[in-house]
Design a binder for this molecule. Structure first.
Ligand SMILES: *[C@@H]1O[C@H](CO)[C@@H](O)[C@H](O)[C@H]1NC(C)=O
Ligand SMILES: *[C@@H]1O[C@H](CO)[C@@H](O)[C@H](O)[C@H]1NC(C)=O
Length: 387
């Protein structure tokens, strides 16, 4: 009873097994397997290529996101502007000056051949050097003659100390020690001017990022503003001051946000050489928020931008405009979504699987034909021999 039931169930087996002793591997079967494997590999590669170059889908929607931040990555080289002079300022439409937001800026001093002399972390904003401090407490005005304070060491009321050395002398005459020259306006200025003198003829590479409000704004690289205001008649302290600056620059990289496949940053590699004595270089950028979604559904929030540029050269009046390299950016209200059409993935799977199944089947058929053909010939030959 039990045995016959088992027998019947065994009769249902759709996969009748062949005793391993009857397996026979043939040379022709080997060739067919090899050939079909190569065809499969070629097909796989071509399908994969097709799949990887699948068209992307672009969608335009109104950007309704709020209160986001904008990250500006930059890397700019000024071959003829020393690091201690060049400064970076950023401000936006709200009037907010980005002097103390999250930022990370590195300045690299480079010599005329482009070799790096020194790398230092820096902060955003103009170098802090003001006009000389007058004895009466105010800053030097255009129509005044300079008379600096001796910080308590004056011999008489109309004594002036017009440089660091004179303050030192006045102190030593009194028998006082000048313990902290950094507190003395004259010494501070001279130290700074010495630094500028030391770096004369050098260039500067500035890179890092700015993290700003997502509103229109601008950032600019400019020779320290205070030099613009200072007066030429303040002889010895400002003898290193220049009227003209060479704003020749190269933008190695400027990106609004993270990298995503297919992004083109039009200013990467842009170069400009100044031939006039002064110039104001302006870039006007339209930033387009972009969301890139990859095949796995992973999305990257970033931006693209378009740019137009303008240069104001020789006609630039020193009092009217600041020489510098300005980037004015504005945000597009339209957001671009780049994604792969969702059915591409399914299609790709289908396309990748189908040819392989076909080849397996076809090669199986071919193999059995060849094998049976062989056997039939063999049999015939055997029969011919023995009858
Ligand atoms: C310098 O000019 C300012 C106005 O520009 C004036 O108020 C001041 O009194 C003048 N100082 C001297 C010493 O003439
Ligand atoms: C500014 O510097 C660049 C590069 O060093 C140089 O080619 C150019 O002639 C300079 N321009 C002026 C006006 O000196």
């Amino acid at each position: 009873m039990m045995a016959s039931l088992i027998g019947r169930i065994r009769g249902l087996d759709a996969y009748p097994k062949v005793n391993e002793d009857f397996y026979s591997r043939t040379l022709s079967g080997g060739f067919i397997t090899l050939a079909s494997s190569i065809v499969m590999l070629l097909l796989f590669v071509s399908e994969l290529r097709l799949y990887l170059h699948a068209v992307t889908e672009t969608k335009l929607v109104v950007d309704t996101s709020r209160a986001e931040r904008l990250r500006i990555n930059f890397d700019v080289t000024f071959p003829a502007l020393p690091c201690s002079i060049v400064s970076l300022d950023a401000m936006d439409i709200s009037g907010e000056q980005h002097l103390d937001v999250r930022h990370d800026i590195i300045k690299k001093r480079i010599d005329s051949l482009g070799n790096v002399i020194e790398t230092r972390a820096d902060t955003i904003g103009s170098p802090k050097i003001d006009r000389p401090l007058q004895k009466h407490g105010g800053r030097l005005e255009h129509n005044e003659t300079y008379c600096g304070s001796c910080f308590g060491a004056e011999a008489s009321d109309d004594d002036c100390c017009n440089n660091c050395e004179e303050v030192r002398e006045a102190y030593s005459k009194k028998g006082w020690a000048l313990s902290n020259p950094d507190m003395i306006d004259q010494c501070k200025r001279e130290g700074f001017l010495q630094k500028i003198k030391d770096e004369e003829g050098e260039g500067c590479n500035i890179y890092g990022f700015l993290d700003v409000n997502k509103v229109a704004g601008n950032f600019h690289f400019a020779p320290g503003k205070s030099f613009q205001q200072s007066n030429s008649h303040v002889h010895d302290l400002l003898s290193f001051q220049k009227d003209s600056f060479n704003l020749t620059h190269k933008i190695n990289r400027l990106a609004y946000g993270d990298f995503f496949p297919g992004v083109v940053n039009p200013l990467d590699g842009a170069e400009w050489t100044q031939h006039t004595s002064n110039a104001m270089y302006q870039y006007f950028l339209k930033v387009v928020p972009t969301v890139f979604t990859d095949i796995g559904g992973h999305s990257i929030q970033s931006n693209q931008f378009s740019v137009t540029e303008h240069v104001r050269g020789a006609e630039l009046s020193r009092l009217q405009a600041l020489p510098g390299v300005f980037f004015f950016y504005d945000l597009s209200p339209i957001k671009v979504g780049i994604s792969f059409p969702s059915d591409v993935y399914r299609d790709a799977c289908f396309l990748l699987a189908l040819p392989h199944q076909c080849i397996f089947t076809v090669s199986g058929i071919v193999d059995s034909f060849v094998f049976h053909g062989h056997r039939a010939i063999k049999k015939k030959m055997e029969l011919g021999k023995f009858t």
